[in-house]
Write a protein that binds this ligand. Structure first.
Ligand SMILES: NC(=O)c1ccc[n+]([C@@H]2O[C@H](COP(=O)([O-])OP(=O)(O)OC[C@H]3O[C@@H](n4cnc5c(N)ncnc54)[C@H](OP(=O)(O)O)[C@@H]3O)[C@@H](O)[C@H]2O)c1
Length: 262
């Protein structure tokens, strides 16, 4: 006859297994679907002489993004114009449930991005959120609140990217996220197994050079163990010799494994 203790321990083991599976599923679904979209040279660099921006954004418009994620390096490369703010930068975004425009998120733990007015007045985004950390300078929050830019704090020094993505999923309902960024933020996302799709527009240019301006930058090369499997989801050749490749990343993370990797 089965003892009561044995029954209880079997029940405990099963309920633990069920909870682990439940957690794995909910963690999976609490992160947005992340698409890294970049224009690159044939030597894989992001610092092209010329980008076909019309084509770049035409392809991006098919991603049905709920949000765009931009790195501080990219934002600061757009313009260092901190002045010349027009009045509209101080307007509070009107949140309307029917507004299908995406939300802009910028990763900026050091509070260096001071050209938000360019994005606020572009008309493409409906709301604006800075991703900061516990050590972001306090005066930056004053700058943000004066301009009705919201913020999320995760991480001590740098932004804790997996947690930030979970927060934007839960707080802002972001399900599809397009990354418009340089190799550093792309590298952080890939390192944390947070990238679902890699979309590259290969331009017929060679840039050369030996500085790390590649699509994914990381201090350590990827080992075979770290490398994700991918399948080619889409390919298209355009008249101007540009090739579009879109890869689906199959192993975003191992099954049941927390995305909150060190
Ligand atoms: N060809 C293209 O399609 C394309 C597209 C976009 C941009 N670009 C080019 O890319 C260049 C900028 O790229 P970049 O690689 O220098 O900068 P970036 O990727 O735009 O910015 C670096 C970002 O990574 C964050 N970061 C770095 N380490 C981190 C960590 N350990 N944890 C969390 N976050 C971390 C930084 O946050 P903190 O600010 O908090 O440090 C920052 O937001 C520009 O020249 C731009 O023109 C090209």
């Amino acid at each position: 006859m089965v003892s009561l203790n044995k029954l209880i321990s079997t029940y405990d083991r099963f309920s633990k297994e069920i909870n682990m599976k439940k957690n794995a599923i909910s963690l999976e679904y609490m992160l947005p679907y992340v698409i890294v979209h970049n224009a690159i040279s044939i030597d894989g660099r992001l610092d092209l002489n010329q980008i076909d921006l019309r084509l770049y954004y035409k392809i991006a418009s098919n991603f049905n993004e709920d949000a765009t994620l931009v790195g501080s390096g990219t934002m600061r490369s757009i313009s260092d114009d901190e002045g010349n703010e027009d009045e509209r930068v101080y307007e509070k975004p009107r949140i309307d449930a029917k507004d299908t425009r995406p939300i802009l998120f910028i990763v900026d733990s050091k509070g260096l991005v001071r050209n938000w007015h360019i994005m606020k007045t572009a008309g493409y985004w409906k709301n604006f959120v800075a991703l900061c950390s516990e050590t972001t300078p306090k005066d930056y929050f004053k700058y943000l609140s004066e301009r009705h830019i919201e913020w999320i704090i995760t991480g001590t020094e740098k932004v804790d990217i997996p947690k930030a993505l979970e927060k934007i999923y839960l707080t802002y309902g972001i399900r599809r996220l397009r990354v418009d960024s340089g190799g550093i933020l792309n590298g952080v996302l890939l390192r944390h197994h947070l990238v679902n799709e890699i979309s590259i527009l290969i331009h017929p240019q060679v840039v050369g050079g030996d500085t790390p301006k590649s699509l994914f930058v990381d201090s350590n090369p990827w080992s075979e163990k770290d490398t994700s499997e991918m399948i080619l989801k889409n390919v298209e050749r355009f008249d101007n010799n540009i090739l579009w490749l879109c890869y689906q990343v199959l192993k975003k993370k191992k099954e049941g494994e927390s995305p909150f990797l060190p």
